[in-house]
Design a protein around this ligand. Structure first.
Ligand SMILES: [Fe+2]
Ligand SMILES: [Fe+2]
Length: 253
């Protein structure tokens, strides 16, 4: 399977997987026009849509795409049911598509029913994990989010994270406000800044890289606790909650 993406709205990505026979799978189509144009251009044959969660920037294009390609199967968690889903997925499901097996992981926290799709080596993690950061926690389910991002962290290090938003630069600016002397983050910030200034994408990214530069995956580290003025006995989960709350009110512009 070959991976590609298209940019939509302000900073969203629609991820697309296609094979040598031009069959394709679309992840989180927040809009329809741009993706239909791309499909027609490439002469792809869309067979499925995978939805991670029920936010309009991820599901907004489903109905029009289904109208155009009525045989397409739309997979999504229960919360997306009213947005054109005809195959509701549950935790632990395995979807067979184009001779590939896709694992459905339950990754709540951003929304109550958020799922991620794993087609080795790719994980489509929606708004759970971003490069250099993580999604907002709605519904106050911090522990769910903490567990979800740690679950993703436990996947093989060569896993390729296909996150739904281009937030890398702002996430790294926040990280540098917490860890101003972290060389890896600084270096990655400079690299990302160059990429973005050329109008290119900072995604996808490997889990191996994220483990080094994403402070939300490093909440066990003493240096982070120290920089935040916390006791060494502060739990990794408490650090996560404090970081996420600080990020919510952080003004980077
Ligand atoms: Fe979202
Ligand atoms: Fe989103």
């Amino acid at each position: 399977m070959i991976l590609t993406s298209i940019s939509i709205l302000n900073d969203n990505y629609i991820w697309i997987l296609y094979n040598t026979n031009d069959f394709c799978i679309i992840v989180d189509p927040g809009v329809s026009e741009k993706i239909i144009k791309k499909i027609e251009e490439k002469r792809w044959k869309p067979i499925a849509i995978l939805l991670t969660h029920n936010h309009i920037d991820h599901v907004g294009g489903v109905r029009e795409i289904v109208k155009r390609y009525p045989n397409i199967i739309v997979f999504g968690p229960e919360e997306t049911k009213k947005n054109g889903v005809n195959q509701v997925v549950q935790k632990g499901d395995k979807i067979k598509l184009l001779e590939n097996e896709i694992d459905v992981f339950f990754t709540p926290g951003h929304t109550l029913g958020h799922v991620s799709y794993y087609l080795k080596p790719y994980i489509f993690c929606g708004d759970t994990l971003f490069s250099g950061g993580c999604g907002r926690v709605f519904e106050n389910r911090f522990f769910d989010m903490y567990q979800s991002i740690n679950f993703i962290k436990s996947l093989p290090k060569k896993t390729i994270l296909c996150c739904s938003h281009e937030y890398t630069l702002s996430n790294l600016i926040f990280s540098m406000s917490i860890l101003p002397f972290d060389k890896k983050i600084k270096k990655y910030y400079k690299k990302t800044k160059k990429i973005i200034s050329k109008n290119k994408k900072s995604l996808p990214v490997t889990l191996e890289t994220e483990k080094k530069i994403n402070i939300f995956l490093r909440t066990k580290e003493k240096i982070i606790k120290k920089s935040m003025g916390l006791k060494i006995s502060t739990s990794s989960f408490e650090v996560f909650v404090l970081l996420r709350k600080k990020k919510d009110i952080f003004n980077w512009s």
